[in-house]
Design a protein around this ligand. Structure first.
Ligand code: AMP
Length: 220
């Protein structure tokens, strides 16, 4: 099963993608995570992407399309994948269609997570995560049980993304509305789009996704 999760930054795509990955044995393909790994490793892509990401803008279509084309060709993607953060422009959506077709793959579900801008700013600016296991927390709504320690794996390596600063969040939302929102009608026209209320509680959203995908998904 191949799934695209759409929605603005902070909509909860990463959290839900991890739950779906675990429940359905699919691979989560987060282009944001791939780019952050490239930045940390200092690769050529990472060097090009760093300043763009810090400014809250979108990295070039060429880089992203090349990255995803290569990744979905890897053997673990044969069983299905969840795209989280890609496509983010109409050009990326068109390229995705072409690369899926060329490999004999299809998109089974395209789901939009809808959230108000005001809620997104509060969500993103309080968020931090565990570097070791990827668990996501929030200062107000979901703090770790013991300050500075991950509930899931006990790691003390908790971090905040540099682009989660309030001033960068505004640029990321602008990029979303100007460049990414136009892919919503693109998928609506292709007849594949469905929506969930991303403002609902995290576990309720998982319940809605489970209904749409027709599979049980644990809220963990
Ligand atoms: P995310 O973790 O999905 O919020 O992505 C973090 C940042 O990585 C974004 O603000 C962009 O700068 C960059 N990025 C991630 N995915 C894409 C994409 N599909 N197209 C362009 N830039 C991307």
């Amino acid at each position: 099963m191949n799934i695209v999760l759409l929605g603005p930054p902070g909509a909860g795509k990463g959290t839900q993608a991890k739950r779906i990955e675990k429940a359905l044995g699919l691979v989560q393909l987060s282009t944001g995570d791939m780019l952050r790994a490239a930045v940390a490793a200092g690769t050529e892509v990472g060097l090009k992407a760093k300043a763009v990401m810090e400014a809250g803008k979108l990295v070039s279509d060429d880089i992203l399309i090349g990255m995803i084309a290569e990744r979905i060709g890897e053997p673990d993607c044969k069983n299905g994948f969840i795209l989280d953060g890609f496509p983010r422009t109409v050009a990326q959506a068109e390229a995705l269609d072409a690369m899926l077709k060329a490999r004999g793959y299809k998109l089974d579900h395209c789901i939009e997570m809808r959230v108000d801008d005001a809620a997104l700013v509060a969500r993103i600016s309080g968020r931090y995560s565990c570097k070791n296991c990827g668990a996501v927390y929030h200062d107000q709504t979901r703090p770790t049980r013991v300050a500075g320690t991950c509930d899931s794996c006990g790691s003390k390596d908790l971090l905040r993304r540099p682009d989660d600063k309030a001033e960068t969040v505004a640029a990321r939302l602008k990029a979303y509305h100007e460049q990414t929102a136009p892919i919503i009608p693109y998928y609506r026209d292709h007849g594949a789009l469905r929506s969930v209320d991303g403002m609902a509680d995290m576990d309720a959203v998982t319940g809605e996704l489970s209904k749409l995908l027709g599979k049980p998904i644990a809220a963990v």
